[in-house]
Design a protein around this ligand. Structure first.
Ligand code: DP6
Length: 365
């Protein structure tokens, strides 16, 4: 049985909320993640066209708290503030999200929800907040389910449902409910992988793969083409099938590279993924590019630095012009020096975010 069927069946017993007095509270701090193998292309209902692999960050996160009370009309009734302000566009997105998952969490219809959300990174920094935002929201909803019905006391079932719901809010959010390295999307060679939820992957020689991520902001402008529009353009893309196959190969390559400490292979796969993603955009119909001159300058400097020093460093890109520098935490001093001397001039107002791999979401009391 698919998870979707399982949750629909289980939702039969989540229809009726026992009226309660006053309000209750849930809250989660959930981080963003950086994809090493990219998710780009999907089909209904939010099923990825290829498996992706990411690691979860630490310092770029969303904190969401929900104060909820019993609502005896047909709800849910929603109040939403982002960083203390009423953000209508965000509220609409949350409402659409709740509508799309109502069959899995029908109890929210009988609730009034006061949702407050804040990001650790500036809203207009060009960092996508859907992974952290939607995962924080999904975690809050499963916490509410648990408080009202006690159905998700088992930790792995709790996070599985959170990943399932987060995916329906934003694909990459499915991966943010776990710390460390995470795979989302069925891969026949990787046990337990699924299109419906993400799974944590265990990497031997873990210390070697404690990674840092320096997020270099080259532009904080709103993207001219959204990720959703980019995913849609993959539907009739001439290279779509080859791309999905490439990603299917890249996930096990990356795991092999980590197991065998093959740095060169790791770097090749990660950088190839970033460039392939942006090449797909250029080759879309209509084509577009999200990289700018500073993005290109940084990529060049990274390759030079690696050649000159032999230090492990790889660049990757999201669907935007900002560059993520992936490095080993033990090399942080040299990497910071490199950024300050050679890179910062290409960052908008010298701005970059010092992030690293993290342990996943944390419940707020
Ligand atoms: C390039 O998860 O933002 O960052 O599912 O439409 O919300 P939606 O898309 P989103 O796409 C992320 C694309 C990416 C690659 C990745 O994170 O895997």
């Amino acid at each position: 049985m698919s998870l979707s069927e399982k949750y629909k069946q289980a939702a039969m017993s989540l229809q009726m909320v026992q009226p309660f007095e006053g309000s209750r509270h849930v809250g989660w701090k959930s981080p963003s993640n950086i994809a090493l193998v990219k998710y780009w292309g999907k089909r209904e209902p939010q099923i990825p066209q290829n498996p992706s692999m990411s690691f979860t960050l630490s310092n770029s996160f969303t904190e969401t708290s929900i104060e909820y009370s019993f609502y005896d009309k047909s709800g849910p009734k929603i109040h939403f503030t982002f960083e203390g302000k009423n953000e209508l566009a965000f509220k609409k997105r949350i409402e659409r999200f709740l509508e799309s998952i109502i069959e899995y969490v029908p109890f929210v219809k009988q609730l009034e929800l006061k949702i407050e959300s804040v990001n650790s990174f500036p809203h207009s920094s060009g960092i996508a907040s859907s992974a952290s935002g939607m995962s924080a929201m999904a975690l809050c909803l499963v916490s509410i389910e648990n408080q009202l019905f006690g159905t998700l006391r088992n930790k792995s079932e709790f996070f599985e449902k959170a990943s399932f719901l987060a995916r329906l809010g934003s694909g990459s959010a499915a991966r943010s409910v776990y710390g460390g390295f995470v795979v989302w999307g069925k891969h026949e060679r990787l046990a337990d992988t699924s299109d419906e939820v993400a799974v944590k992957v265990h990497v031997p020689g873990k210390d070697m793969w404690e990674l840092g991520d320096a997020i270099l902001i080259t532009s904080s402008e709103k993207k001219k083409v959204s990720s959703s529009a980019g995913h849609d353009l993959m539907d009739h893309h001439p290279y779509a099938e080859a791309r999905y196959e490439q990603a299917r190969e890249h996930v096990p390559y990356l795991l092999e590279a980590m197991e065998a400490n093959r740095d060169e292979l790791f770097i090749r796969v990660v950088e190839n993924e970033a460039l392939s993603l942006h090449a797909l955009m250029v080759n879309s119909n209509p084509g577009f590019s999200l990289m700018n001159n500073n993005t290109w300058s940084i990529l060049e400097k990274v390759c030079d630095f690696r050649k000159d020093t032999g230090i492990f460093i790889a660049f990757t890109l999201d669907a935007g012009p900002n560059v993520h520098l992936i490095y080993r935490k033990k090399d942080k001093v040299q990497i910071k020096k490199f950024i300050e001397e050679k890179i910062i001039q290409f960052c908008e107002n010298g701005y970059w975010i010092d992030d690293e791999m993290g342990g996943g979401p944390v419940e707020l009391n």
